[in-house]
Design a protein around this ligand. Structure first.
Ligand SMILES: [Zn+2]
Length: 370
């Protein structure tokens, strides 16, 4: 029975929400699984329908929400350097890739951003090594230290989602590997012309982040929401109030951005997920969650959550965010979205409050000025 099915546009994504939403219970998943054939049938994209974006080139690339998430993650990552046993080279930019867009939109993305040539620069943070190198949103990276980066066209030609996702991650990893050796020579494409730049980095915690677009509310008359169609059609998306880690990257949904009240709350969510990355927690698979929800190995998952909570609070404090935001957030979030104990594989509200109090107390004992 599919009465409980959400009107998903991406059935695969529905089954891949991994970490943050405690209401993603085994029961919900079983319902979703039973609905997948219908979802796949009904969730075909709207294709090329919609209004052309009206925003100018740079503004459409440098989107406010992407920039906000990137900025908070970057601040956490820089401040947390001493908490990370294996620092990453941070540049202060986010990428977007041709394969992340629906096939119907790729020609537009090629015309507009040149994404068939290489990874596109989505966001450049003020004061970051990427900005100091002269990179701007809209640039496309072609080569690093003389070696070509895989073209967007070759990756997008791969029909397997898992496969092209891996190749996208490998592209960004290639850049990071070169930056670990020192400043890198970059060949970038800007408005049809190639330019050479020197890109440095700063050490910090791993902080690759991605914003997943949740569906925008429809107008009361049923018409599509007035928005840049690229915002609607970019593939990374999830309908829930959620954040999770996959493939070494933190994803947070726009629905979660709507739920949080300030940057302290955004920081605590990102810091928790970065905690999983730093601690190298393996992602939970569907089978894990099903077993954990009926009590099998649930202790293992609870311990990982506790460890990510504790490290996340330390990252928050190191970056100067307000650690007092933690407990009110968990109260609001878990009261809105928690599941009955029997289906839960995350710590309860009481446990999360205790963990937060202990960690904040320990930080204050070491740093009375906090
Ligand atoms: Zn977690």
């Amino acid at each position: 029975m599919c009465a409980a099915c959400a009107p998903a546009r991406d059935a695969d994504k529905l089954l891949r929400r991994l970490d943050f939403a405690p209401y993603g219970s085994a029961v919900t998943r079983l319902l979703l699984r039973s609905c997948i054939p219908l979802l796949l049938f009904a969730a075909l994209p709207a294709g090329a329908a919609g209004n052309a974006p009206s925003s100018p080139f740079a503004a459409s690339t440098l989107r406010t929400e992407d920039a906000r998430v990137a900025a908070v993650a970057y601040r956490l990552a820089l401040a947390g350097e001493t908490l990370c046993p294996e620092p990453s080279p941070l540049t202060g930019m986010l990428f977007h890739h041709l394969a992340e867009y629906l096939p119907a939109d790729r020609l537009l993305m090629i015309e507009r951003y040149g994404l068939d040539r290489g990874p596109g620069v989505l966001t450049v943070l003020a004061g970051s090594p990427a900005e100091q190198a002269g990179l701007v949103a809209g640039d496309v990276l072609l080569k690093v230290n003389g070696r070509p980066l895989p073209t967007g066209a070759s990756i997008a030609a791969d029909p397997e989602r898992k496969s092209w996702r891996r190749r996208i991650e490998a592209t960004e990893a290639q850049l990071e590997a070169e930056l670990r050796k020192g400043a890198a020579d970059i060949v970038a494409l800007r408005e049809g012309r190639e330019l050479r730049l020197t890109l440095g980095s700063r050490p910090g915690c791993p902080a690759r982040v991605r914003l997943a677009r949740s569906p925008l509310p429809q107008a009361k008359d049923g018409s599509a929401p007035p928005t840049d169609r690229l915002e609607r059609l970019r593939l990374a998306r999830d309908k829930d109030v959620n954040a999770f880690v996959t493939d070494g990257r933190v994803t947070i949904t726009t629905a979660m951005l709507d739920f949080i009240e300030n940057d302290d709350e955004l920081a605590l969510i990102l810091a928790h997920e970065m905690g999983h990355l730093i601690l190298k927690h393996p992602p939970m698979h569907e089978g894990d969650k099903l077993l954990a929800s009926i009590g099998i190995r649930s202790g293992t998952f609870w311990k990982r959550e506790e460890a990510a909570d504790r490290l996340g609070i330390r990252l928050l404090a190191a970056a100067g965010y307000d650690v007092e935001a933690v407990i009110p957030f968990w109260r609001r979030f878990l009261r809105a979205y928690d599941t009955p104990q029997i289906f839960r594989y995350h710590p309860s509200l009481g446990a999360r409050e205790r963990i937060a109090r202990e960690e904040i107390q320990a930080i204050r004992a070491a740093r009375p000025s906090l």
